[in-house]
Structure formats: structure tokens, C-alpha cells
Design a protein around this ligand. Sequence first.
Ligand code: NOJ
Ligand code: NOJ
Length: 459
Amino acid sequence: MLRSLFSFVMAFCFTSVTFADQFSNWLERQNQVSIEKLFNNIGPEGTHPGTVIASPSREEPDYWFHWVRDAALVMQVVLDRGSNVPANRGETLYRFVEKTELNQNLFSPVGLGEPKYYVDGRPYDGPWGRPQNDGPALRALTLTRWARQLMEQGRSEYVRQRLYSGSIPALGVIKKDLEYVAHNWRVPSFDLWEEVKGQHFYTKMVQRQALLEGADLAQILGDGGAAQYYRNQAHGLDQVILHHYNTNRPYIVENIDRVEGLWYKDSGLDTATILAFLHTQGSHHSKSLDDNMLLSTIFHLKESFASIYRINRNYEAQGVGVSFGRYPEDVYFGGNPWFLTTLAIAEHHLKLAKVIQEKGQISISPKNYTFYQALMGQKAKVPSRVITSSDSEFRMILSELHAEAIKYFKRVRKHTNSSGNLWEQFDRDSGYMLSARDLTWSYAAFITSYQALRDLHND
Ligand code: NOJ
Ligand code: NOJ
């Protein structure tokens, strides 16, 4: 009797250990696969070196193009991985700069606001939602960070020649992008989803970050006048960013002052607002991931997606997180959850845990209360109080954030296949992957959120 009880307990322990192992093995493997597949989409055969194809899909949808936004986000991942890139891929950033020079020097009716380029470097000339002004800002941001690294490695000459030269007219890929951003941020543009022309939170946030970090670089390179000008423009952006907070809704509204494009995004809820924070992290200029309105926005997005997608029914019982899409009213390919938006929530939670750890306290207020209450379930107490690190609730919140993040990874695992392919979307009813296969940005999103998990574990 005792013996069988013993073996029962052992078997139980063994299975739970194996489950945990299997999951962490999956995470590790999915990360490796993501890196491999991300690089497969950089400069594939038939494209100009340095081209980042959005996806190898050539029809329904045709993503065989170099999108400025996607490429900048992907290059940020390449940069973050430093020397850990696969063999012979270390030259990628140099090729990307050459490709950017080619793009910037070819005429386009909207200048650097052109969102996508053919794989040979020519600006796309079919009808499209343009300009899209987040692209040049994201590109400037990635390259500014690389420039700082190059200077530390004694490669200032390359930086001055190719990336940033203070002369007029603007020379250097970063300087050109910064000048474009600094002079055009007030102009209505199409949003990152390429659908609404107006004013966008995401676009403004990345423009602000590019200008502030760009100003620091300009200062170091002796271009003080430009640095001041960029800072002034960033200050202007700070003012208008507030308009997205003050809408009488309990969340950040992505699109305002619409002039053209989709008109049915009534809720104003959009995961782009979360991406706006994530894509601007990494410097002392960044806005904190514990922003009350950001937390409230996540709460409302989650409520909304939980109720509209069939695959989210009983998500709690399934032990997986809610699938997040772009925004509730989305109809693109039927309006589905996306990998990159679902992974963004995991990444946010992990990085929020880090912020909280560093601050050593959590301030619960009427604005962020819903977020923490949902996280803690019945365990939450009254709003408006400060939880300090000696409080037992403090540890509990940290471990809940981690546990939630793990559930979003489990959600991703549920919808990918055994080879680890990540497409753009997964079907809201059946859960099968759809739209663009091997979306480069999906892989980038997996890599950055998994990195956030490792960073938290390494504490
Ligand atoms: C293609 C865009 O990339 C996508 O974001 C959009 O939803 C569809 N066109 C429909 O406008
Ligand atoms: C559609 C997405 O809405 C847009 O953000 C992206 O740049 C393109 N697809 C290419 O991936």
C-alpha cells in the first residue's frame, strides 16, 4: 500500500517535471527557430542585400516587399542579439544601411513617408495608405542605437560618414530620417495598420523617442543646434500625446482627428498603444511600462478580445492566455488574433514585473485598479494604496505577472505547428494560422518577448 502510494506520488512528480521541461524546451526551441526564420527573411535570393521581406508570401497577401516599419523592428532584434547572430550574418546591419541609402535617394511622392519598397529598392508605386510616418522614426531609432555602439567600439568615422553628418543638406541615413520626422510630425499620416489617416498614438510615441535619442546623438557629434531643435519637437509631441489620454475613455485612444480611411473603429481600443510603449523602451527617455492608462488599456483590450473571439471561450480552463488582435473592429482576413499582439502582452507583463521589482513598490489607484484586480482575482483589496516590497501581496503580484505571461506563450504554442512557423494571424474560430506565412515581425515578437522572460529569470 505504502509502496504503491509512493510510486503514485513519484509518477505524479515525474509527469509534472516533464511537463515543465517540455514547455521550457519548447520555448527554447521556438526561440532558435524564430531566429533562424527571421534571418531567412533578410536579403533572401532575388532581393537587394539588406532587404527585409515582410513575409515570403507572394499572394493573398502579397508581402514580398520591404516595409520600413517591419524592417526597422527586425533590425532592432538583429542589433540586440549582437554577436549572437548566426554565422555570416554579422554584416546585416551594414547591408541594411546601404539598402536604406538606396531607398532614401530614390524619389517618392511622399518622400521618406513611403511605407513600402520593392525588393530591388524602388519605392512602391501602387495605391497605398501613405504617408506612414512611424517608419522613418523607427528606423532612426534602431540606427541611432547602433551608432552609439559603433562609437564605443571606435567606429566613429563610419558613423560620421554614413549614419549622421551635421551638414546641410542632411547627410547620413539617421540625419535624413530625423529631419523628416522633425519637420512632419504634425502632418496627418496613415497608422501602423495602414488603414486610418489622422493622428496616432503609436506614431507619435516612436517619433518622440527617435527625436530624443537622436538629439543625444547629435549632441555627441557636435550638432548642438539640431539637438536643440529635435528636443523642442519632441516636447511638442509630448503635448499632443496627451490628447490620446484625455478622451473621456478609461484607456488610451490610438487614432484621433481622422481625415481619411477606415471609419468604423468606434471603440478607439487598439493594441498599437501597447506596442507604442514596447517599441520605445530601452533609454532614460522611455515612458514607464507601469503607466496607469497603459494598464487600464490592457484590461479593456483583454475584456474585449476575450468576448469576441470564439477561441477565447473558456480560456482560463484551458490554462492559456487570451488571444489578442489588433483592435476589436478589425476585419482584415476576417479580423483575427495576431501572434505579435498576443506576444506583446506577454512581453509587457514580464517587463512590468521588472519595473516593479526595481521600484520596490506598486501604487494602486482608481485608474490602474481594474488591471491589478483582474490579475489578482478575488485576492485584490481596496483601490488607492501603496504596496511595498515587504508586503506579501507584492510577491504575489510579481508571480501573477509572470504566470500570466507564461499563459500567453502557451497560447502561442497552441496555434503554431510542430516546425515552429509563425504566420501573421490565427483564426478567431478554428485557431488555425492564416494570412501571411512566416511573418518576419511575428518571429521578432517571439524573440523579444522570450528575451524579456530570460531577463526576468536572470535576476
Ligand atoms: C493591408 C494592410 O497592410 C492591412 O493592415 C490592412 O488591414 C489591409 N491592407 C486592409 O486595408
Ligand atoms: C499589415 C500590418 O498591418 C502592417 O503593420 C505591416 O507593416 C504589414 N502588414 C507588413 O507586415
